[in-house]
Design a protein around this ligand. Structure first.
Ligand code: ADP
Ligand code: ZN
Length: 434
């Protein structure tokens, strides 16, 4: 195995022994914050109570609400002069959560990120374009620092301005890039529409993440742009990108267990699920000093993949994130995740990359409408072909989600999009009148 960091080669015993030591250190450090001092006192917990990793279960969870309530400095454990960077989550699901870092924290984050990039074949000779927001969003500076740490020529392209992005990709002979999946599909199609071949763009590797996407969407990105796309998972509360990442096998994301403890729990009860079962990911930082976060409820749904990865790394693999606990839609009593809809839509050649799920309430009945972009070459005048496509899509969706949505076929690039930002897949109009 070619590795960037020795920790990638550790066996299970070394990983777990290190986790226990780092967990105790993390608790000791956390006690310096008003938030955790209070928490642990109430729970009657001390760092030395962690005799084995199983004792982690004794520690109460930390929720997003806790972090919001502790705004802005309630979880900080070091004097102000040690803090050097501030980030915040993009606020997809409510008020933002802030995270403060020391220089050591930033260094270990950059190393984790560089490790991910090295794992998928990026080297210091690569030219790397980071198509991500450089504000508070961690996908900007987070990925940027990893690329520089690795030694790539790093282009802080930011988001938007598709024409300039394409010019940079070509002129600078960019070999690897970071891009949000929905924007990757948009970028490729924008070129196609202009009669150009997106497969002739230079990059051979893409890091894609920051939003849920299906395996079908990944394959589409790979075909469209003729490159390998690797799934990148992270969240601001755990630094940002660099938490879990696919290796060359493209089968599950190795979560870096020397830097984090990952658990999967039942989102309702908070109890650990049996190994391999799906549930909510809970994460603990092990290498952060400025603001450690312990047993954080990520609200993200996944599971541990069973067995060893052929790449040789013993850090456990997470399955592709199925969505957020909060993403679940309840329509006519059925539980539906947007990714179930995406998976069906993307299996139709005729269907383009953008879609929107609209929930409405008419005469006290929930209704689901799915607006689907159809590729230009299929958006023909032949009504029969379109009607038949519409029926086929509705039928396949019914088989998957158990209710029959109304399917609207619309022209490519006609649905609203957030250029370079996280896509919005659902519009719930049911409660608008309240
Ligand atoms: P926000 O919660 O406001 O979006 P972040 O910018 O910190 O804040 O985003 C982290 C979240 O983005 C994760 O908790 C997860 O829901 C989502 N996410 C990040 N990477 C992926 C990925 N590879 N696949 C699916 N979802 C992802
Ligand atoms: Zn692997």
């Amino acid at each position: 195995m070619e590795y960037y960091d020795q920790a990638e080669t550790w066996d299970r015993q070394t990983i777990e022994r290190t986790q226990l030591v780092r967990l105790r250190n993390t608790l000791t450090q956390a006690l310096r914050s008003p938030f955790y001092r209070d928490r642990f006192e109430r729970a009657g917990l001390a760092p030395q109570d962690m005799r084995s990793l199983a004792d982690l279960e004794k520690i109460p969870f930390t929720s997003k609400e806790d972090l919001r309530a502790a705004y802005p400095y309630g979880l900080v454990t070091v004097p102000m002069e040690e803090l050097v960077r501030f980030h915040a989550s993009s606020g997809t699901t409510g008020a933002p959560v802030v995270v403060c870092h020391t220089q050591d924290d930033l260094d270990s984050w950059a190393d984790l990120m560089a490790r991910c990039m090295y794992m998928v074949g990026i080297r210091r000779s690569d030219v790397f374009q980071n198509i991500a927001g450089y504000g508070l969003f961690t996908g900007g500076l987070g990925i940027h620092s990893g690329a520089e740490r690795l030694g790539c020529l790093t282009i802080p392209a930011g988001t938007g301005n598709t024409r300039r992005q394409l010019k940079l990709l070509r002129d600078m002979r960019v070999s690897a890039l970071h891009i949000i999946p929905s924007y990757a599909l948009y970028l490729g199609n924008a070129l196609l529409e202009e009669g150009e071949d997106p497969r002739s763009l230079p990059p051979r590797i893409a890091l894609v993440g920051a939003e849920p996407h299906t395996e079908e969407a990944r394959r589409r990105i790979e075909d469209l742009l003729d490159l390998k796309a690797y799934n990148s998972y992270g969240l601001s509360e755990m630094n940002g990108p660099g938490v879990a990442f696919e290796c060359l096998e493209q089968n599950g994301l190795h979560v870096w267990e020397d830097a984090y403890i990952a658990e999967i729990v039942d989102p309702k009860t908070g109890e650990a699920v049996p190994e391999g079962e799906p549930g909510e990911l809970v994460m603990t930082t092990l290498c952060r000093r400025g603001m450690p976060v312990i047993r954080f409820r990520t609200r993200d749904l996944t599971r541990f993949l069973p067995g060893d990865c052929p790449c040789g790394r013993k850090h456990r693999r997470l399955d592709r994130i199925a969505g957020r606990v909060d993403d679940m839609l309840i329509v006519k009593g059925c539980n539906i995740y947007p990714m179930q809809v995406e998976q069906i839509l993307m299996s139709f050649r005729e269907v383009g990359e953008n879609y929107l799920i609209i929930l409405e309430n008419e005469e006290n009945m929930d209704r689901m409408r799915v607006q689907v972009e159809v590729r230009s070459e299929f958006f023909v005048e032949d009504m029969r072909a379109l009607t038949s496509l519409q029926r086929k899509i509705a039928g396949r969706l019914r088989d998957e989600i158990l209710i029959t949505p109304k399917v609207d076929l619309v022209q490519q690039n006609s649905l609203p999009r957030i250029e370079g930002g996280k896509a919005r897949r659902v519009e719930d109009r049911r409660f608008a009148k309240l």
